[in-house]
Ligand binder design. Structure first.
Ligand SMILES: [Fe+2]
Ligand SMILES: [Fe+2]
Length: 192
């Protein structure tokens, strides 16, 4: 059989692909769907990591929804809109993560039993607007740390999951920045 291959020659790092081998490998284990023989990560571990990320996002949705409806005082409307937007974005993250878990042949864990234990971030309600914002900021900082660790763990072994987590991480950094600005802008005294 003729070996079909392509070589894209760059000046410093040439790219070679054995198209025949690539086509053969794609036909093996087709029940695995998007997961091919070239997948280099430990799939069970990645699914487990993604389920902790899913739990973290769901806990964040619940905390932001609580804050959206509990916001009181002169700045309540502005902050309720902010909490609403963050909740919607965390829900979007949860959906992306659940979709990726299924692509990897796993099952997304949406069970409310043990949800807060599976989550990296805690569900802390806060007692007033400043403490709500502080709890949200702490949760975002936890998410930033844990997504950073997941991105480093995945490296080049699962670039699709890594890219998805990098995009989510960028949004969590924006959330943290928004919350830090809110605390600075209003200061504790302004809320009381
Ligand atoms: Fe998120
Ligand atoms: Fe966030």
């Amino acid at each position: 059989m003729t070996k079909t291959s392509t070589a894209v020659v760059a000046t410093t790092k040439p790219f070679h692909a054995d198209i025949h081998a690539l086509r053969e490998r794609a036909r093996q284990n087709i029940d695995d769907g998007a997961v091919t023989a070239g997948y280099r990560a430990d799939r069970a571990t990645v699914v487990q990591l993604l389920n902790t990320a899913l739990a973290t996002e769901l806990v964040c949705v619940l905390r932001y929804k609580r804050h959206q409806f509990m916001a009181q005082g002169i700045h309540a409307r502005t902050l309720a809109v902010e909490f609403f937007e963050h909740a919607a974005e965390e829900q979007g993250h949860a959906d992306l993560i659940a979709e990726r878990i299924v692509q990897l042949g796993g099952e997304p864990d949406f069970s409310p039993d043990g949800l807060s234990k599976r989550s990296h971030a805690e569900y802390r309600e806060g007692t007033d607007l400043p403490s709500m914002i502080e709890e949200d900021l702490v949760a975002e900082r936890i998410a930033i740390e844990s997504y950073g660790a997941m991105v480093r763990y995945l490296g080049d072994d699962d670039p699709t999951t890594r890219c998805m987590l990098e995009r989510i991480l960028a949004t969590e950094e924006e959330h943290a920045d928004d919350l830090a600005s809110l605390l600075k802008r209003f200061g504790r005294g302004e809320f009381l």
